[in-house]
Design a protein around this ligand. Structure first.
Ligand code: SF4
Ligand code: SF4
Length: 251
């Protein structure tokens, strides 16, 4: 059976990756649990039920339950997804859960996305580089509506890591800025308050660890739970960096 939209009650079989890297006696293995499916059951509900009734040692992360905190990214039958947004009715009887790759494993389904995102932010200096010191008394900077909307699109990223986990390049090159990183760079590149020049940005993003490392197969775009326009983001970055490269040649 591939899914159960409106079907008869099912007994679900969960095969869940178990491993505690801090415990020398722990070996990576799959552990099986069975649960009766309930209407509108999400993986968030199912995993909490497993932890409450079958195995209190199971590790996984959740905070908001509404696709805002970005904590519950995991591999669901081989595809990165948010546990809180994934309904068991959309899945087959057997549900295999693994932690997201690329990120450091904390234990079982729990990974440390925070360190990866902090390193990416520091490497790309993903914050506004203004020329003037911040003046709390100054009027709010005005911005064109369309541009503000484009920047807001990038800001919608919840740093769940699903795109990074889906990216073949990020899986083999730990220095790759990754889809979420490229999105963040584009967000600051667009921002008129950031005074970095095209040449400055060229240094940050136009290399094999930046936008030119991307193979463009768009797995990231397919799995992003917030449906960020990543295809447009990479096109924007390529246009901007190529323009900076040609401008440099003409000088
Ligand atoms: S399109 Fe680029 S960033 Fe997205 S998954 Fe593919 S290689 Fe990674
Ligand atoms: S771009 Fe999408 S998939 Fe990637 S971290 Fe942000 S919200 Fe998650």
């Amino acid at each position: 059976m591939t899914s159960n939209e409106g079907g008869a009650p099912r007994r679900l079989r969960f095969e869940i990756f178990r491993y505690n890297p801090e415990d020398p006696g722990s070996n990576p293995q799959m552990q099986t649990y069975e649960l009766d499916e309930a209407p509108y059951m999400s993986l968030f509900i199912a995993l909490n039920q497993i932890r409450e009734t079958l195995d209190p040692s199971l590790q996984f992360d959740f905070a908001c339950r509404s696709a805002i905190c970005g904590s519950c990214g995991m591999m669901v039958n081989g595809r990165p997804a948010l546990g809180c947004r994934t309904l068991t009715s959309d899945l087959p009887d057997v549900i295999r859960l693994h932690p997201l790759p690329v990120f450091k494993l904390i234990g079982d389904l729990s990974v440390d996305t925070g360190t990866w995102f902090r390193e990416m932010v520091e490497k790309s200096e993903a914050w506004i580089h203004a020329e003037e010191a911040f003046d709390p008394e100054a009027q709010e900077a005005r911005m064109d509506d369309e541009l503000a909307q484009a920047i807001y699109e990038g800001e919608r990223c919840i740093e769940c890591g699903c795109c990074v986990a889906s990216c073949g390049v990020a899986n083999v090159n730990e220095d790759f800025t990754g889809p979420a990183g490229l999105n963040r760079i584009a967000r600051f590149m667009m921002d008129p308050r950031d005074k970095r020049s095209d040449a400055d940005w060229f240094e940050v993003v136009s290399n094999a660890d930046g936008v030119f490392g991307c193979l463009g197969m768009m797995a990231c775009h397919d799995v992003c739970p917030k449906e960020l326009p990543l295809l447009e983001v990479y096109a924007y970055l390529r246009r901007k960096t190529l323009a900076a490269a040609f401008a440099g040649k003409e000088e």
